[in-house]
Design a protein around this ligand. Sequence first.
Ligand code: 5GP
Length: 114
Amino acid sequence: MEKTLFKKIADKEIPAEIVYEDNQCVAFRDVNPQAPTHVLVIPREPIPSLDKLAAENAALLGHLWLVIRDVARQEGIAEGGYRVVVNCGEDGGQTVDHLHFHILGGRSLQWPPG
Ligand code: 5GP
């Protein structure tokens, strides 16, 4: 199966500014940032979307949330506040079929999004 773009980033086949990585996940800066801080957190396992998560992914998901918390602290946005977004499927605006969490911060974010 063809590797996803994000799997290629995780495997260092495509360059990206990685801000954190471990054996389960990678966090890197979005190439088209929508806020002063815009980091994507992905599992190394190429799960296509939130909808494709399985019960056995529960521990991985817990780990990802803790990494998101730590990356936000590392980026200096935890105190001011930030947003975590997961786009799922076509109507959700998902463009890369590899589960990813957007961490957005460093400015006041509007709600609801468009
Ligand atoms: P989605 O729309 O699927 O939720 O988000 C995909 C995100 O990936 C977008 O914010 C887009 O800017 C980012 N992106 C797409 N291609 C690349 C790339 O090659 N490198 C990086 N760092 N980000 C990318």
